[in-house]
Design a protein around this ligand. Structure first.
Ligand code: CO
Length: 136
């Protein structure tokens, strides 16, 4: 498997609006995109630092996995996403090595990326996302 860099860190927040001042005014990052991902019941806000993005995730419904995460563990780091040049191949490889998958096949995530999640029970408790930019 060829992981190229950390594509983004996903951070669960109760409110993007209330979180923005920290990222913009304290850290000096610039939010370049806010996007709702309806099928994940989240609103996302993106910042870029080097090759890596920070993705704030705000639940848009109590049914959202982000809402459940915040309820259980509070706001904070939710997942790490690695960039790869082939999510489907990477999934097949990690599954063959005994890793439990949340997504058996890639699906569409924010920013048009193909994404898939690995189960945190198989990754030392770190929810792990693999993603691929189909336009690269
Ligand atoms: Co993500």
């Amino acid at each position: 498997m060829n992981l190229t860099h950390i594509e983004h860190l996903g951070i669960a927040v109760k409110s993007i609006e209330e979180s923005l001042p920290y990222y913009e005014q304290v850290l000096g990052l610039k939010c370049y995109s806010v996007e709702e991902v309806a099928d994940q019941k989240v609103k996302t806000a993106f910042f870029k630092i080097g090759q890596t993005k920070i993705e704030l995730l705000e639940p848009t419904s109590e049914e959202s996995t982000i809402a459940k995460f915040i309820e259980k563990r509070g706001e904070g780091i939710h997942h790490i996403a690695f960039a790869t040049d082939g999510v489907a191949d990477a999934l097949a490889e990690v599954e063959s090595k005994g890793v439990r998958l949340i997504d058996k096949a890639p699906r569409k995530g924010a920013e048009g990326l193909n994404i898939a999640f690995l189960h945190p029970k198989s990754t030392g408790g770190v929810l792990t996302e693999l993603c691929e930019d189909p336009n690269k």
